[in-house]
Ligand binder design. Sequence first.
Ligand code: ADP
Ligand code: SF4
Length: 689
Amino acid sequence: MADSGRYSVLFEPVKIGPVTARNRFYQVPHCCGLGHLRPRAHAAMRAMKAEGGWAVVSTEEAELHPSSDLSPYPEQRIWDDHDIPALRLMTDAVHDNGSLAAIELVHNGNHSANLMSRAPVLAPSDMTVDLIYPKQARAMDKTDIRAFRQWHRDAALRAKKAGFDIVYVYAGHRMTLAHHFLLKEYNDRTDEYGGSLENRARLMRELLEDTREAIGDQCAVALRLAVDEMMGPSGMQASAEGREVVEMLAELPDLWDVNVSDWSNDSATTRFQPEDGYQTAYIDFVKKLTSKPVVAVGRLNSPDMMASMVRNGVVDFIGAARPSIADPFLPAKIRDDRIEEIRECIGCNICVSCDSFGIPIRCTQNPTMGEEWRRNWHPEKVPAKGQEQDALVVGGGPAGLECAMQLARRGYEVTLAEAAGQLGGRVVKEASLPGLSAWKRVADHRTYDLSQRGNVQVFLDSKLDASQIAELGIRNVFVATGSSWRRDGVGRSSRAPLEFSDNASVFTPDDVMSGILPSGRVIIYDDDQAYLAGVIAEHLALLGSTVRFITPASKVSPWTEATLEQSRIQTSLLHKGVDILTHKQLRKISADSCEVACSFTGQTETHACDAVVLVTERARHTDLFDQLRDQGTDQFKPATLELIGDAAMPGLIADAVYSGHMAARDFERDPAEIAAAVFRRELTALSGT
Ligand code: ADP
Ligand code: SF4
């Protein structure tokens, strides 16, 4: 138990209607790209949270009817009884670990385009669907509203049958019918469901009453409500209608799950919301208006912040999506006084991006996330070592750090050599850019862990070559030497190097991140189209350069749509005076200008500049690996030689961590077994009907 009762308040049981949570840690509903398509993976992932000490573990949103069909995104589904067995996998697994299971019933209104079901799309008023698709939702008439209430009630009964303890009515994120009815912007009805706040809240009230009436004897009824849209007076505000709704319905739900809307505000990245606990100022009024327990989120990583939020009467439950993804064992670590071992969420939203792409969840900090069933990975347990005694990891970036840490946990004598004067590789570099300082937690967590182990030796300022590795004589070598940004302009739009005049002033992101800076009129050319060019543009603009951002894409950093940041990034650059040119490909770079061509017509234009930063593609650092692999037999030849991280495949930091983790786990594993079991898949069974 945590020392001196400092955090003991977090481990008190809390009653939620007819059920009781064993402590105050509450994994709120969050999407995961597993959903109804990957039920075993989903159940195992949720079970891991329960094992890690979360007293309540929720599903993602669960579509309650075919007219709420989010295809192609795999959320949860409870359309009819056929969905119950898959959901049972989760509730059984969560119960086996002593926790309560919650389900977030949803009808997505015009947020679901019903592309698979082809059912009519429903909304409070006539309006287009949310997705860019030529389709409109129809205003629900009274028959539709009655039908919807019946579907919700039936889904609640199915949820009870599937074993859930808590059933949600969901009015948040601008993604649900209950929320759409509540918001003036969506609801222009003139009947008793439109107009006054009381009327707009009517449907939500009815859903709460229906749900309680159907299942409230055994299950708790939760309301998830966005109390503020962070749009000022043009949206719902906690100081106005948000508060009035809570006053109006104060005692109706068994639990208030309150947050801010839309999703990009709720799951804000550290780049735009650097402070953990950033939602507190919007939700702290709720508990004063109700006697029912309250849960809230906002990247709550710090146990001290959690304990003070409970002690100060802000919340009853510590809600988490991302901190529970980054560390499913966060509650257990607090309970066992292992605070330093917590893998803190860095707020990068790589987890969110998986939902955007409809793929299984992954996390930068926790490489086992989403792999609990597929690869049988446990975030806290790795198999003990086999016959080999030692291992050398070359390169202390995210791949090398994770690999070294897991090898050490397995029990090997680990030597980690890093060329630079500090550990962290690209993480430390990228974390030096505006808004990304929290990313350093990836290196900090692993550096701390390694420092606590007696079987690890770390050498800084140690750039190793093949002969030095031979001298060391360590037979098992993991090469994590990373990559660097190309200086020749090769990228998505040009597979050949660009044309440069001799005196062209060209920089790469590595230059900028190392403090070698361009000045004057700077062109950032973004053919990477992910996140880095946008951050570098911001960095240089803040340092006083006149920045022009040129990209073949249609917007700045288009990939960051997936992390819910794109519009913030573009807005921020515009506010900083960055001139943005889209659909343009760079052709030639001279000392005082660049030639660019329209992506469609090829028509060229020239832009004056003093320097260009090329953000295009990365080159892998494989020299060391190649030398070790190709050495003659009379020289030292490692028994194990693995290329990992960006040196093997430049990608996200999450990919580098994953690669290091996998290499450490697979070390000494039977190669035939590795080859045979890439990962387990959930295949569609042919039932014969
Ligand atoms: P990854 O994302 O794959 O971990 P990084 O580029 O972040 O890659 O990190 C690679 C690290 O490897 C860098 O910190 C770099 O200094 C280090 N490195 C590269 N070559 C060597 C070498 N020959 N010996 C020791 N360290 C090296
Ligand atoms: Fe946090 Fe990033 Fe992991 Fe998501 S992917 S849980 S934001 S560290």
